[in-house]
Design a protein around this ligand. Structure first.
Ligand code: FEO
Length: 170
């Protein structure tokens, strides 16, 4: 049986991950409206990954006979000054999600819940990748974003990202 605090944090993470999907859908929507379909594709794939993350937390609770309580998903921010502001909001969000995952790890560690720690290990690694990806996007935008031809090439590159199901199987 899951510890009450660990249970609550895991359940809350379902909502946070669905919010992440919603936020990235909004980012995709922003870039689509600007005619940058490659950026829009990149964030659409990101949104699909976030939905997967939410489902993994959902399934983990169900697999442990722990009740799932779905909460309302907040409206994502949508008024961005420019593309760079969107990218920076993405990095800030991933930093926040990392802190949430760390909080759940800390709570599980405190009560010696090694099964949950093992489950969370995938997310700890995933957050490292998420932050790296967000940082890389910012670096590329800084290098190429102000030149239309380079921005076109970057947009083409981001358009090649394809969705792949998560490697974590419960
Ligand atoms: Fe599910 Fe981007 O963290």
């Amino acid at each position: 049986m899951l510890n009450a605090k660990v249970h609550e944090l895991l359940n809350s993470q379902i909502n946070k991950e669905f919010y992440s999907a919603y936020l990235y859908l909004e980012f995709s929507n922003y870039f689509k409206a600007k005619g940058l379909d490659g950026f829009a594709n990149w964030y659409m794939v990101q949104a699909q990954e976030e939905r997967d993350h939410a489902i993994l937390f959902y399934q983990y609770l169900q697999n442990n006979n722990a009740a799932v309580t779905l909460e309302a998903i907040d409206k994502p921010a949508s008024d961005f000054e420019d593309g760079m502001a969107v990218l920076k909001a993405g990095l800030a969000h991933e930093n926040y999600v990392t802190s949430l995952i760390n909080d759940i790890c800390a709570a599980a560690h405190e009560v010696k819940d090694f099964r949950t720690l093992q489950f969370l290990d995938w997310f700890v690694k995933e957050q490292g990748e998420e932050e790296t990806n967000a940082n890389d996007l910012i670096s590329k935008m800084e290098l190429f974003g102000s030149d239309p031809k380079s921005l076109y090439m970057l947009n083409q590159e981001l358009g090649t990202r394809v969705y792949a199901a998560p490697t974590l199987v419960l």
